[in-house]
Design a protein around this ligand. Structure first.
Ligand code: FAD
Length: 667
């Protein structure tokens, strides 16, 4: 019988980045008792690292901007694979969310006439990113934390306990979403199982509503801008609870990560450098992006340097510089230049702002970049170009959610928002659209999780039985058990992680081919067997090796989803480039690939079963390429047709590049 400590809450939010905090604030504002759990220190999340800004069509710098233009840019960036309703809600509501931040105390940079300033970014037609120098995420998190504290002070005055209705459990990891006992994939959520990273002690938060807001998956790749927490936990928690993931083949490689020195390889160089005038050059000093403007974007981008340079001062009469193409295009172009032998000394290309802006302007607009290069690479970006190359940055794929409520498909009581949710960005996210996404959908997730929890008050709340909690505890302590005599030797979790990162980087990276992805799936099966033997020494008190051993389950699950979906999609679109299928195929435009855990008679090995996805057609599992049967099942689902008034925002010529002849005819 389990003796694990239990506490009852109305809503549990997993993650304290922008999405998690915005969700928690919304749920608490409805009067619901809300717990926030975060793996890292409170305030340390990816959101805090966001540099460039929040995309919101406020029209402060160019009055031509508006939500419809933002919607159009977002669909173009995602190559029309975005869920149209998410893109619509996002574009409509983002300005309100930014103004709301201001009323909560955020101090944005200003225009000359005192309005929130907005900067240019790749794929955005107008200057649209509200920002605070290149430290926007820090201000966003600071403001949301301040709001959390204000609500806690209210509770202190009212109840004498500042944590009565909003409590943060920092440095705690959730390892399982618990379900009401019944063991079916569609059973409602009953809470979460957690451990304290410092002491290693277990606890359960019982709650009828759980919001996943755990961010990305970058730590499955070797070169990444992501920090240690981003091991795909929320993605895996959803799968294990029975909710499918969508669009997992789409992983964004940001074009500009640091490439030198090796210890900092992958650290992000913000797109604001290009938004503020920086240009990309190869070893021959050529501004090569003009050679890489794809046909679908040719009419919107400058064809020579003179026009591109005029655009910064007169955007209404000139076309944009190609350095500001969507990220997938720029990343592929850099990759091609390096491959063609025109790269920089350390395997990247040059990003030059020094010859384009005065030192004072660079230091004022890009203080963090100036500091970062000086400290980490001994490069003064006011005098010399930076060396940059692609780095794994963001996952477009995530938990399949209802656009309006952020409810996860198939699991009552489970919600997801922010980077862990899928659908919003289609095949490629535009810069700045993540911070706005997490505010818009974080709020919606908190609102609807709150309503769901309130509706379950009074009624018998779902409860996870002791057996489920004992199983979660046993799973968590497994890495302390040495293999039995005669069994295969134990594995070091760090070695397994390193090999996983290498496999994903080499075989499922920026340019993909069928045999390599099949090979990746075979490697992943082997790594899964090794991870099951990963053993750690010592105790549960702060033990990073143990934490990593637990995170491996999640990274392996999401990596399999990425490889399986990427092998299935035989076209190139956004963050998914197939060398063996280089073109974008209009027939694939309406296809979503969904990943769920194998189930319904196919034991995935961990007792969990995947839910049936309404309207989805089975494609198969990771076993179909000769490799060992995997844990993930893939299904195809048709994307809903885009509403007619939204389609009317595009001209026929453009639509014909994305939609099938039949779709264009029927509209
Ligand atoms: P995060 O902010 O990533 O927070 C996730 C939270 O979940 C953390 O608190 C973490 O501790 C917690 N967590 C994870 N797993 C668990 C678990 N198992 N148990 C408990 N807690 C858990 N986007 C933009 O729009 N504009 C930008 O300028 C921009 N710049 C960026 C710069 C960098 C360097 C990076 C890495 C990203 C940038 N992005 C930007 C992307 C954006 O920052 C992220 O996509 C976004 O912040 C994700 O927010 P989130 O709330 O979904 O998750």
């Amino acid at each position: 019988m389990s003796t694990v400590e239990r506490q009852a809450w109305d809503v549990v939010v997993v993650g304290a980045g922008g999405a998690g905090l915005r969700a928690a604030i919304e749920a608490r504002e409805q009067g619901l008792r809300t717990a926030v759990v975060c793996k890292s220190l409170f305030g340390k999340a990816h959101t805090v690292m966001a540099e460039g800004g929040i995309a919101a069509a406020m029209g402060n710098v160019n009055a031509g901007d508006g939500w419809r233009v933002h919607f159009r840019d977002t669909l173009r960036g995602g190559k029309f694979l975005n869920h149209w309703r998410m893109a619509e809600l996002h574009a409509r509501e983002a300005p309100e969310r930014v103004w709301e931040l201001e009323t909560w105390g955020a101090l944005f940079d200003r225009t000359a006439d005192g309005r929130i300033s907005q900067r240019n970014f790749g794929g955005h037609e107008y200057p649209r990113l509200a920002h605070v120098g290149d430290r926007t995420g820090l201000e966003l998190i600071r403001t949301l934390q301040q709001r959390v504290v204000a609500l806690q002070q209210e509770d202190e005055r009212e109840t004498g306990d500042h944590e009565a209705r909003l409590k943060v459990f920092q440095e705690c990891t959730v390892t399982r979403v618990l379900k009401a006992d019944g063991a079916g994939p569609a059973d409602p959520v009953a809470g979460v199982f957690c451990y304290r990273r410092e002491s290693g002690t277990f606890f359960v938060l019982d709650a009828p509503a759980v919001v996943l807001a755990t961010g990305g998956i970058g730590k499955s790749f070797k070169v990444t801008s992501n920090s240690w927490e981003y091991t795909g936990d929320g993605h895996a928690l959803a799968l294990l609870a029975g909710a499918p993931l969508v669009n997992m083949e789409f992983v964004q490689f940001h074009p500009t990560g640091m490439v030198w020195p090796p210890s900092v390889k992958g650290i992000l160089v913000t797109e604001s450098v290009r938004g503020d005038g920086g240009v990309l050059r190869n070893s021959e000093h050529r501004r090569f992006m003009f050679d890489y403007i794809p046909d679908v974007f040719r009419s919107q981008y400058a064809s020579d340097e003179a026009e591109a340079d005029r655009w910064y001062d007169d955007p209404d009469h000139n076309r944009r510089p190609p350095e500001l193409l969507p990220r997938d295009e720029v990343a592929r172009a850099i990759n091609a230049e390096v491959k063609a032998g025109r790269g920089s000394p350390h395997g990247g290309v040059f990003l030059d702002i020094a010859s384009r802006r005065s030192p004072a302007e660079i230091i004022r607009r890009l203080p963090s970049m100036h500091h970062q290069f000086k400290q980490l690479a001994d490069v003064d970006i006011t005098k010399e170009p930076m060396e940059v190359g692609p780095t794994c940055h963001y996952v477009m794929g995530g938990v399949d959610v209802d656009p309006d409520t952020a409810a996860a498909t198939g699991v009552p009581g489970l919600f997801a928002a922010g980077e862990v949710a899928g659908g919003m960005h289609g095949s490629n996210r535009l810069g700045g659209n993540s911070l706005s996404d997490l505010l818009v959908f974080g709020r919606r997730a908190g609102l609807h999780a709150g309503r769901y929890a309130a509706a379950s008050a009074g009624a018998a709340r779902p409860v996870a039985g002791a057996a489920q909690i004992d199983a979660a505890a046993a799973e968590a302590v497994r890495p302390f058990q040495p293999p039995e005599a005669g069994a295969e030797p134990p594995e070091n979790p760090y070695a397994v992680h390193q090999d996983l990162q290498q496999v994903m980087n080499d075989l499922v990276g920026i340019i993909r081919r069928e045999p390599e992805m099949s090979s990746a799936l075979a490697h992943l099966a082997g790594l899964r067997r090794r991870a099951a033997r990963a053993v750690v020494e010592g105790h549960r008190q702060y033990n990073p090796g143990w934490h990593l051993a637990l995170d491996l389950r999640n990274m392996l699950l999401v990596s399999e989803c990425v490889a399986l979906a990427a092998r299935e999609r035989t076209e190139s679109r956004g963050g998914h480039t197939r060398e063996d299928h280089p073109g974008m195929d209009r027939a694939w435009r309406r296809v979503n690939l969904l990943c769920s855990l194998r189930g319904n008679g196919e034991d995935s090995g961990d007792g969990a079963v995947g839910a049936e996805v309404p309207g989805a057609r089975d494609v198969g599992t990771g076993g179909s390429g000769g490799e060992e049967a995997g844990q993930v099942r893939l299904t195809r689902r048709e994307l809903p047709a885009i509403r007619a008034d939204l389609l009317a925002l595009f001209d026929d010529e453009e639509l014909a590049k994305y939609l099938t002849d039949e779709e264009v005819k029927d509209r």
